[in-house]
Design a protein around this ligand. Structure first.
Ligand code: GDP
Ligand code: ZN
Length: 292
């Protein structure tokens, strides 16, 4: 499903043609990215396929609302400006792995980086060297690296996330053909203007992109220590050798994680991030028992 306009949706078929269709009561929960079945004579959506994941966020009343589905890869956009908050990448990585989707890092504003000079940025990226992360450098302004991004995105559905000001809207605009973006702003059934309130699916040579302000603003919630461990596979790879099974990698004797940090196998920042996020989970569980 491409986009939703109230009780109507735009669907994309295998030949890249768009069809306007009506939702039935049973299919009222479809979101952008859903695979649906169409009853062509009535232009009605009869069923939606099972999702392999979904992106949800809290609305004004703190209720979780699903805004997109079936996302293969999530690009965490960072840039030299605004500065990357401590643990932002770690938090996103964990949230994305738990969707589950494939995380990747996109460093935008490459035109502002002097490749000859080592920067704090290199130090930041060094923290994720033990993870099998895709990493691309791009510039929405100069177009640098965008072809590589298109190639990487081909054949999958992608979204961009990250803090405000890193260049997500600029990247989407540079990635997509102009007419695609215009369609995204308006409905096109000929009945005048329908603005999309939720996410929209854009598909071209450069892969499929799901985008909306709400998707870009996605900030992951990490619900449990189990989820946290999934996001820290580099750390978990050592944790099995800790003397205590429930080792918190703080002061326990025989901690293999701290040993890995000490001998340079694991970046110290990753252990710090793990502690920080674990503390948040513990604090959250205390404040909102049974909320998850
Ligand atoms: P968003 O909030 O993540 O959607 O970021 P925007 O796309 O609105 O961009 C924020 C600011 O960064 C704007 O002033 C853009 O012109 C600028 N910007 C975006 N991409 C680049 C880039 O590749 N290089 C430079 N120098 N500036 C960029
Ligand atoms: Zn340990």
């Amino acid at each position: 499903m491409v986009a939703r306009y109230g009780s109507e949706v735009d669907l994309l078929d295998d030949w890249q043609r768009i069809h306007r269709a009506r939702l039935r009561r049973r299919t009222d929960d479809v979101v952008c990215g859903d695979l649906v079945f169409l009853e062509p004579t009535q232009a009605a959506v009869t069923r939606r396929a099972k999702r392999h994941n979904q992106l949800s966020r809290r609305d004004g009343t703190h209720r979780l609302r699903t805004i997109a589905a079936n996302i293969d890869r999530v690009w965490i956009v960072i840039a030299p400006q605004p500065e990357v908050p401590r643990f932002l990448v770690d938090r996103f990585l964990t949230g994305i792995v738990n969707l589950p989707a494939r995380p990747a890092l996109l460093v935008n504003k490459w035109d502002c980086i002097d490749p000859q000079r080592p920067s704090t940025f290199d130090a930041l990226l060094e923290n994720y060297r033990c993870l099998d992360l895709e990493l691309l450098h791009v510039s929405a302004h100069t177009g640098y690296g965008l072809d590589r991004l298109r190639t990487a995105a081909r054949g999958s559905s992608n979204i961009l996330v990250g803090q405000s000001g890193v260049g997500k809207s600029s990247l989407i605009q540079s990635l997509l053909p102009r007419e695609e973006l215009r369609i995204g702003e308006l409905g096109h059934s000929g009945e005048g203007r329908h603005t999309t309130t939720t996410a929209r699916w854009y598909e071209s040579e450069g892969g499929a992109w799901i985008d909306s302000p709400g998707v870009r603003d996605f900030t992951p919630e990490i619900g449990s220590a189990t989820e946290l461990a999934r996001g820290f596979s580099d750390l978990a790879a050592h944790a099995g050798q800790c003397r205590f099974r429930d080792c918190t990698h703080q002061a326990e004797p025989g901690c293999a994680v701290r040993a890995a940090v000490a001998n340079g196998e694991l970046p110290a920042r990753r252990l710090e991030a793990w502690h920080e996020l674990l503390q948040e989970i513990v604090a959250g569980a205390r404040v909102r028992p049974g909320d998850r």
